[in-house]
Design a protein around this ligand. Structure first.
Ligand SMILES: [Zn+2]
Length: 300
């Protein structure tokens, strides 16, 4: 009898665990490195053009029905017109219960937060600001294709997030602005943006707009992070950050939140929008924590 009970307990445990796929942080980090091999990926650059092609091919291999949303916008730093591309890949297409997970794949054309003035004109490599969120989404795409998710998932790779003038939030996030005004998919019930999640010293408080827009989702995710011992997540209120989640909410009323660590690497200095946003300052373990939380949220 005791053996039977033990077998039963083992069976229950293994069932629960097997249902949630693992997130491979190291493999995701390879995607971060790959993006940075293309150099800076700011709109108009060769890196932008080449990575756009690479990403489209990568997604096409998983599903030949991806959506490519082309758009034009005025880039405010130079006042030039640019072409943008948002990429969308969908899983469990039949489901009416849908979650959008988004990240921006473009990087910033200037290092305007550099303390060394002669470096301010240089484009940012964007290992964290651009590549980290995109690397998480690319890895998720592989997981969802091997393990069909129980709810509908729309992975959206936004272009032209980092194209604005510092201090003028609405000149940023042109890709999500266009997407939310021209929804190419059915409106999802929830949305999660991931941005700047590669920091070696990852600390993720609650972004303030997110808490106003979708407090239920915030509470659910941060308490799940605590249950899973994902130490990067702190249940405290952080900054208010204008990111791709804001246009989603304002233009399409999609209740979107932002998972972001703005103190890169800490409170005292910041690599954000500088020449120090490089792969050495990012880590696979950080991507692992964010990916693990998302998979547990989706499959549990
Ligand atoms: Zn940025």
């Amino acid at each position: 009898m005791r053996i039977l009970i033990l077998i039963f307990i083992f069976f229950i445990n293994s069932c629960e665990k097997n249902d949630i796929p693992e997130f491979d942080g190291k493999h995701s980090y390879e995607f971060l490195l790959k993006q940075c091999e293309f150099g800076p990926r700011n709109p108009g650059s060769i890196g932008h053009q080449q990575f756009s092609k690479y990403l489209e091919e990568f997604l096409n291999e998983i599903d030949n029905e991806i959506i490519v949303q082309n758009f034009n916008y005025k880039e405010h730093i130079t006042s030039k017109m640019q072409n943008g591309k948002n990429f969308i890949i969908q899983f469990n297409k039949e489901s009416n219960e849908r979650l959008l997970i988004g990240a921006h794949w473009d990087t910033r054309s200037i290092s305007d937060e550099e303390s060394e003035l002669d470096k301010r004109e240089l484009p940012v490599l964007g290992a964290n600001d651009g590549a980290s969120g995109t690397a998480v989404l690319m890895e998720l795409a592989l997981v969802f294709s091997d393990n069909p998710p129980p709810i509908g998932i729309d992975l959206v790779f936004f272009d032209a997030e980092d194209v604005g003038i510092s201090g003028q939030p609405t000149t940023f996030a042109m890709g999500s602005e266009y997407f939310s005004k021209n929804l190419p998919i059915k409106k999802p019930q929830n949305a999660i943006i991931v941005d700047m999640v590669g920091d070696k010293n990852l600390k993720i408080p609650i972004e303030r707009f997110s808490y106003k827009i979708n407090p239920d989702l915030v509470k659910e995710l941060w308490s799940l992070a605590e249950e899973l011992d994902l130490e990067a997540f702190n249940y405290t209120l952080g900054y208010e950050i204008y990111d791709d989640h804001v246009p989603l909410w304002e233009n399409a009323q999609i209740p979107a939140i932002d998972i972001i660590d703005f103190d890169y690497p800490n409170l005292f200095y910041n690599y954000w929008h500088t020449q120090n946003d490089v792969v050495e300052n990012c880590s696979p373990q950080s991507l692992q924590q964010v990916g693990t939380l998302l998979l547990n949220y989706i499959y549990d």
